[in-house]
Design a protein around this ligand. Structure first.
Ligand code: HEM
Ligand code: NAG
Ligand code: NAG
Length: 323
C-alpha cells in the first residue's frame, strides 16, 4: 500500500463520516446542536400530548396560568439559556434565580411538576424540565387563542441557578434603546423586541412594577388610564393591573392599548413613544395575523437561546433540584 493509497483511504473515510453526519443533521435545521422536532419520537413518544394535557387541565382550572407559563419560559431562556434554571429551588448553600425580586410573582411551577411526574412514570430520566417548560409555554399560548407552532426539543437542564444572574432580565422602567440593546445581546432584532413584548397581551403587572410612572405627569400616559392605575395602586404594591382588557386571551389588544397611551409598564409604552418602534406597534395593532406570525417566529428563536446539549446539561429527576 502506497502512502497515496493511505491518504485516499483516510480522506475517503473522512468524507464518509461527513456525509453520514450531514444525513443525520439534515431533516432538521436545529440538528447542529442536537435538537430536533421529533427528539422524543423513540424515547418518549407521548411526551408532547402528556405535557399538553397537563397544561390544558391546569388552565381549565385557572386560565391565568397561561400568562404565568409564558413568562416563566421567558425568564428561563434569558438567564443561562433555556435550561430550566428558573425552576430550581434554593438550598441552604445556594440562593436560586426564583428567589430574586425579579422573579416577580412567577407562578405555575406546579404545572411543570405535574407534567414531569407523569413523564417520569412513562419514560424515566428522558424528558428535560427545560423542554417541558418550552412545550408548556407553547401550549399555553395556543390555549389562550394565540398561534400554534412546533418547537424543537432536546434542551438539557442546567446545573446552575443563581440569584445574581437575574440582573440580566429587562426592567419595567427600561426605555426602548435599553430594551433593544438587551434583546440585541441575545440576537433579537428591533421587530422581534416588539413582537415578544406582545406576550403582555396575557396577564397582569403588580403596582410595584409601574407605580414609579404615577409620581409625575407623563405625556405618554393617558389621563384616565393614569387614574385607573392609581386606583389599582391604592390597594397596595401587590394589586394587579391587567395589561389589556382581555388578560386571558392572546390577541393584539395590547398594541391597541399602547396606541391609546394605555400601556401598563414604562417598557410597554416606550414602544409606542419611540419613533423607531412605533410603526411596528401600529402594524401589529392593525394586523393581528402579522403579530401572530412574527410572535411565533420570535418565540421559536427564544426557545432555542443558548440551549445546553449533551454533557453540558442533564435531565433532572425533579425540576426543582439539580441531580
Ligand atoms: C420587553 C421586556 C420585558 C419587560 C421589561 C417585562 C417585564 C414584566 C413585568 C414587570 C411584569 C409584571 C410582573 C409583576 O408585576 O408581577 C411582566 C409580566 C409578564 N411578562 Fe413580561 N417583560 C418583558 C418581556 C416579556 C416577554 C419577552 C415575555 C414572554 C415572551 C413576557 C411575558 C410576560 C407575561 C405573560 C406576564 C404576565 C404574567 C402573569 O400574569 O402572571 N414578558 N413582565
Ligand atoms: C420570589 O422572591 C422573593 C424574594 O424576593 C421570595 O420571597 C419569594 O418566595 C419568591 N417567589 C417564588 C415563587 O419563589
Ligand atoms: C434610555 O436610557 C438610557 C439609560 O438611562 C439613557 O442613557 C438614554 O439616553 C435613554 N434613551 C432615550 C431615548 O431616552
Amino acid at each position: 500500500m502506497t502512502s497515496l493509497d493511505l491518504v485516499k483511504m483516510v480522506t475517503g473515510n473522512f468524507l464518509g463520516v461527513v456525509v453520514l453526519l450531514e444525513m443525520i443533521v439534515s431533516g432538521s435545521r436545529f440538528g447542529a446542536n442536537g435538537m430536533s422536532m421529533n427528539y422524543y419520537m423513540m424515547s418518549c413518544p407521548f411526551a408532547e400530548p402528556i405535557v399538553k394535557n397537563t397544561v390544558i387541565r391546569a388552565l381549565q382550572a385557572d386560565p391565568t396560568l397561561a400568562a404565568a407559563l409564558l413568562r416563566m419560559h421567558f425568564h428561563d431562556c434569558f438567564i443561562e439559556g433555556c435550561d430550566g434554571s428558573v425552576l430550581v429551588d434554593s438550598t441552604k448553600d445556594n440562593t436560586a434565580e426564583k428567589d430574586s425580586p425579579a422573579n416577580l410573582s412567577l407562578r405555575g411551577y406546579e404545572v411543570i411538576d405535574d407534567a414531569k411526574e407523569e413523564l417520569e412514570e412513562q419514560c424515566p430520566g428522558v424528558v428535560s424540565c427545560a423542554d417541558i417548560l418550552a412545550m408548556a409555554a407553547r401550549d399555553a399560548v395556543f390555549w389562550a387563542g394565540g398561534p400554534v407552532y412546533d418547537i424543537p426539543k432536546g434542551r438539557k437542564d442546567g446545573r446552575r441557578s443563581k440569584i445574581e444572574d437575574t440582573i440580566n432580565l429587562p426592567a419595567p422602567f427600561f426605555n426602548a434603546s435599553q430594551l433593544i440593546k438587551m434583546f440585541g445581546q441575545h440576537g433579537f432584532s428591533v421587530q422581534e423586541v416588539v413582537a415578544l413584548s406582545g406576550a403582555h397581551t396575557l396577564g397582569v403587572a403588580r403596582c410595584s412594577s409601574f407605580k414609579s410612572r404615577l409620581s409625575a405627569a407623563d405625556p405618554n400616559l393617558e389621563a384616565d388610564f393614569a387614574n385607573t392605575l392609581s386606583k389599582t395602586c391604592s390597594a397596595g404594591d401587590n394589586a394587579e393591573q391587567p395589561f389589556d382588557s382581555t388578560r386571558n386571551s392572546f390577541d393584539n389588544f395590547y398594541f391597541n392599548a399602547l396606541q391609546r397611551k394605555s400601556g401598563v409598564l414604562g417598557s410597554d409604552q416606550t414602544l409606542y413613544a419611540t419613533p423607531r418602534t412605533r410603526g411596528i406597534v401600529n402594524g401589529y395593532a392593525m394586523n393581528q395575523a402579522m403579530f401572530f406570525f412574527d410572535f411565533q417566529q420570535a418565540m421559536l428563536k427564544m426557545s432555542t437561546l443558548d440551549v445546553k446539549e449533551g454533557s453540558k446539561g442533564e435531565v433532572r429527576e425533579s425540576c426543582r433540584k439539580i441531580n
